[in-house]
Write a protein that binds this ligand. Sequence first.
Ligand SMILES: [Zn+2]
Length: 507
Amino acid sequence: MAGGRIARRNPVPEVELLLRSARVVTPSGVRPASVAVRGERVAAVLPYDCEVPGTARLEDFGDDVLLPGLVDTHVHVNDPGRSEWEGFPSATLAAAAGGVTTLVDMPLNSIPPTTTTAHLDVKRRAARGRTHIDVGFWGGAVPGNLAELRPLHEAGVFGFKCFLLPSGVDEFPSLSPAELERAMAETARLGGLLIVHAEDPEHIDGAPSRTGPRYADFLASRPRAAENAAVERLIALARRTGCRVHVLHLSSSDALPLLAAAKRDGVPLTVETCPHFLTLTAEEVPDGATEFKCCPPIREAENRDALWRGLLDGTIDCVVSDHSPCTPDLKRLDSGDFASAWGGISSLQLGLPAVWTEARRRGVPIAALARWMAAAPAALAGLPHKGAVEPGRDADFTVLAPEKTFTVDPARLHHRNRVTAYAGRTLYGVVRSTWLRGRRIYGGPAGAPGDARPTGRLLSAVPREPAREPAAPVRTGHRPGGPATGPAPDPGAGVPQPAATTERGTA
Ligand SMILES: [Zn+2]
């Protein structure tokens, strides 16, 4: 960090942009500051009233909060193959409007799924030149593709996703217990990361299943016990194989003690939850309102409170959207049948205000959101140049008016399909502008649009050397043959990581 006196008189040279705010969220706290941007990176965080360098343009945001651009590691873009559900242009524009500057795309619901390097190439071709924010890809672990994991890893996926029960699409089947263990052993050998939809099939099969519009019936069909059992199995396998495991979209708060104990024991484990689990409750879901359907489901208010405690005590690391849209017909809005409706809640554009509204009510400071929604997901995926406002990182920012409210109007969403569980809600936190690598990509002084050209890049993980001790944390990464890229990840995030690089030569 630049020293006050010297920086005041002699700001860092060749600064092109100076972003000033009374509330800049940095890893070391929220304070008045001026963020100097040189090229695509943060050059320095200077005193609020530093001189504006002669070379620089000043943007003064007044009291609006300058946050790091959010990193959403759980997004289903569904492109190509189901681009009528979403797509790279609409998903990334919605993300930009929601303050998200990096997303990592899930390997399923697109056709093909990202389960081979050839399929990864297809996805990259579909995304290249069509994204408003930076985009990376998860690979998939499915029955029969064990030999593909290494090539996918080397081709730059950020890890592998798997299911323990049917995923909802035929082309992405689930792993049997034996296949799961083999996938974990192989992932450990690669020094990779396995991210898991943790619901146990036997508990789901054994739960009462009723069709119809009653939310209580749907909730009973996806019991907490299914999540708890799956989490228990993952912890046991992570202990045995040393595989780094990430629990996706945790809903059951009953699993928190297990997760906390495993983390205390040093099991290489991270956990995410989602805005809808933190903000919505089963008690308020109207019968037939299938826009609230997701798997695992939104549970009771008391469960929501416990998830907040899990976040605050560090058991849960990340808050990411699980943005998983579909066409309105598949939501069965006419019959309201929860059993046959597609499960998924679209919140790329709304995650930040939704979580902030609830955080604010609970007295949780905005800096915590920067940790859960930017630093920790960046560390999870291994993106050392993303997720924080500090020198060396990409100049990705979200400017938020945290005390301003708005009412969610689906017509104003950029999601391709505007079905949303948040319709009509009044939320705190208006995203004023979003910046990607030093350029405004959304918002403007008088509500003028940012740069409408899709200037996002495709991101690749650089595989680290397979570790002798698979769970050994790697704190900084380097490109092969190159210098270290970016600073060490936020130590508070507690997630070991490989390095990542940006794909050059986007079309
Ligand atoms: Zn998902």
